[in-house]
Ligand binder design. Structure first.
Ligand SMILES: Cc1cc2nc3c(=O)[nH]c(=O)nc-3n(C[C@H](O)[C@H](O)[C@H](O)COP(=O)(O)OP(=O)(O)OC[C@H]3O[C@@H](n4cnc5c(N)ncnc54)[C@H](O)[C@@H]3O)c2cc1C
Length: 319
């Protein structure tokens, strides 16, 4: 049986959903799955959750409290070698994106980044990923010794797949080429646009930062939504860069993406066109965003958004 190693991330003591999705993708291939909890000091408390989602083995790397991407990558690559894994997967999160190239370099391999599809069943792994700002969807075959890939959040489903979850604790190595001295976290505690199942994004059509309260209210009505923004809005200083969706921002793939007062420039589409359902609200019927929208509302955001918020609240109150 082949083995796949999955890098697991935690946030505030909980396993991140994007990591459970990566576990689900690994488990779907029928492989034996080894979950590695590695960043800074991994926690054993993740083990029961990981076992429920398909981890046959959970390797927790215990460090000395200091964070080093080089050390994490070195230690995860060592687990891949020890387990004889044919693949190593992680979420295409900030951590996944910075660690996987290092892991691949350690394994003399290459990286398939931000994948939206995988086929690990055959002798030659295949990855599907958008190219050229989402204009092309490429299917790539791997001839690398170990298939290393990051997976776009919200693209693969977590699986309820009870497994042994055998817990193994290992000390981290002494590799410390780069050391993270401190982290200044902004927007802590907020749902990240990359992982939220619903994203409500605002553009220049919102007219000013004060009007984003309307989008915050709509997001709160959904209950599981994050607020995103176009680059024009971020450049104007209305919203933080952490919320920017697009080519030079974040790539999102939620169940529902609502674009409010966003024209639909190609650089914005690059970050959201793989969303499952796209709703556009724009007062210009010719706005390019309508070309990718599943549902379009031609109207003034300042009338449509409050009405939508009231409708969402009404539906949810009936549940
Ligand atoms: C190298 C490069 C990288 C870039 N990266 C990104 C990126 O990552 N993300 C990104 O978003 N952009 C990016 N851009 C910028 C992009 O080209 C656009 O300039 C930007 O997306 C436009 O933002 P917008 O849609 O908010 O504003 P606009 O293009 O000004 O559109 C505003 C829209 O609001 C509508 N509107 C106005 N009033 C209302 C109202 N009352 N109700 C409803 N609708 C209304 C208008 O009809 C219009 O369609 C990049 C550009 C370059 C060159």
């Amino acid at each position: 049986m082949t083995t796949i190693v999955v890098l697991v991330e935690q946030s505030q003591g909980n396993v991140r959903r994007a990591s459970l999705e990566a576990l689900g993708a690994a488990k779907s291939s029928g492989a034996r799955v080894v979950a590695v909890v590695a960043l800074v000091d991994g926690s054993e408390s993740a083990a029961p959750t990981l076992a429920k989602h398909g981890a046959d083995r959970v390797v927790v790397l215990k460090g000395d409290g200091r964070s080093s991407p080089d050390r994490s990558a070195h230690d995860i690559a060592a687990v891949v070698r020890e387990e004889g894994a044919k693949a190593c997967l992680a979420a295409a999160s900030s951590n996944g994106k910075q660690l996987m190239p290092r892991i691949a370099a350690e394994l003399d391999s290459t990286v398939f980044s931000d994948c939206t599809g995988l086929d690990l069943s055959g002798a030659t792994p295949k990855a599907v990923r958008p190219w050229l700002a989402g204009k092309l969807i490429a299917t790539l075959e791997s001839n690398a010794p170990v298939f290393c890939a990051t997976l776009r959040p919200n693209t693969f489903a977590p699986r309820a797949a009870p497994a042994a979850g055998e817990l193994v604790t290992k000390p981290s190595s002494a590799v410390l080429k780069a050391l993270v001295a401190s982290i200044d976290a902004k927007g802590g505690g907020k749902l990240d646009v990359k992982e939220a199942p619903v994203v409500i994004s605002g553009g220049r059509g919102m007219k000013g930062p004060e009007h984003f309260a309307l989008l915050d209210e709509l997001a709160a009505a959904f209950g599981n939504a994050a607020v995103g923004a176009s680059r024009a809005v971020v450049d104007a200083g209305w919203r933080p860069h952490s919320e920017q969706v697009g080519q030079t921002g974040k790539t999102v793939s939620p169940q529902l993406y609502v674009a409010v007062g966003i024209s639909g420039a190609i650089q914005h589409l690059a970050g959201m066109r793989t969303s499952k359902v796209i709703v556009a609200i724009n007062k210009d019927a010719d706005a390019p965003i309508f070309k990718v929208a599943d549902y379009g509302i031609v109207g003034d955001a300042f009338e449509v958004v409050p009405a939508l918020t009231a409708a969402v609240k009404a539906v949810r109150s009936q549940r």
